[in-house]
Design a protein around this ligand. Sequence first.
Ligand code: NAI
Length: 466
Amino acid sequence: MERYDLVVIGGGPGGYVCAIRAAQLGLRVALVEKRPTLGGTCLNIGCIPSKALLESSELYSVARHKLERHGIAVSGLSLELATMLARKDKVVSELTSGLDLLMKKNKIERLRGSGRLLDANTVRVDLNDAEAVNLGAEAIVLATGSVPVELPFLRFDGETIVSSTEALSFDRVPKRLLVIGAGAIGLEMGSVWSRLGSAVTVVELLDRIAPLSDAEMSAALQRVLQRQGLTFKLEHKVTGASVNDGVATLRFENKKGEAGEIEGEKVLVAVGRRAYSEGLALDSVGLKTERNGKLAVDAGLRTAVPSIYAIGDLIDGPMLAHKAEEEGVAVAEALAAGAGHVNYEAIPNVIYTHPELAEVGLSEAAAKEKGFEVRVGTYMFRANGRAKTLDDVDGVVKLVACARTDRLLGAHIVGPRASDLIPELVLALEFKASAEDVARTVHAHPTLSEAIKEAALAVGGSPIHG
Ligand code: NAI
């Protein structure tokens, strides 16, 4: 039996990053993944392909609706969906082959197959195209991620009732797309198909879109997306569904208890994801998942079995690739060097609509709930010179600071390229900066980032351009 310092089960952003960091620090590492390609949900059927389609569909939308304003006349514009999907697939395959090279470069033994626990220090791998092998492991990291949640009365059929996976590859633009859930997936994939011509209706149980976000941001984003053509049915509960001849009918009830129906060609169910631990044989080492399917770990990401760790979507916290990566690094560093740490207070969250929604830290409501007296500064992109020149003025920056100390508690941006603007504020939170620290930092002119400086000045009551 081959022996390793570390065997990682699951080759998504959590698992492969953990493997690389551990190998860099001198450990002998094996990585077990049953998909033919590494990268997990994020790279194969999640973050990356959706961002490729978001970019393509946005360019199409710009060509249809915006170029004229710039004095650029376009005629004969048409949508070549097959080419758009092929470009997305190429982006994915280039990135997944890049990961293969990284495995070789770091001398990580990569096994293609399903891993399961035999005991606290042995992983059995049912190889995809060969006999099973056993691997001895000083430490084991479980990084098997998550899968989409199904509604009990609306099972995925891969054709009409679909998850995000199929919504990345519709072979034609559905005339009517129904989306259940106004979270990250619903808003991103709803945006893609709306831009490409679908009539998109999003049905959401709660009273606002992106319900985990700062309430003002939810409202700001909803206004813009509605203007783009998305329809939202908030506080609507889907109560049943049927599919006849490729047409889905959803039955729902609003908050007053009034019933209604809506028809669509496709239904995207985007009501969350659940931790995935099937096939790991957790019981063979006495481990049990909690009610939500997640594994409990201690502050060092160690399960109840001291040699077994768990990271990413399999444990508590936001189901985000970068959160999983940081946890992978923390475990690798703890194993090789004795210490590893993740700062859960400064994990950014982005929804890649247009404009994007990017946030870090506490919402205004959450800060108040925690007992802070807060001071808030906001600044609209409409007043920002660069946003004007980009013809991209929708959105707002909102900073939440402690009224007593001026320490920044949270930052929220709806705006163009908000994903590229938020890191400054993540860093500010990491370094426990005050709003004044951000306000006194020189921001290049003209940039979108000046809206952040102005919002920071607004916390103190005096933005220059506002
Ligand atoms: P989510 O948890 O972000 O949103 C699910 C939404 O569905 C919520 O607004 C919830 O209130 C609503 N909902 C739940 N049950 C419902 C029902 N029966 N009827 C109507 N609405 C219902 O989950 P989502 O969008 O499926 O994404 C899954 C995970 O993947 C999330 O943790 C998300 O953060 C992550 N993700 C992150 C992305 C990013 O970082 N840009 C992109 C896509 C996914």
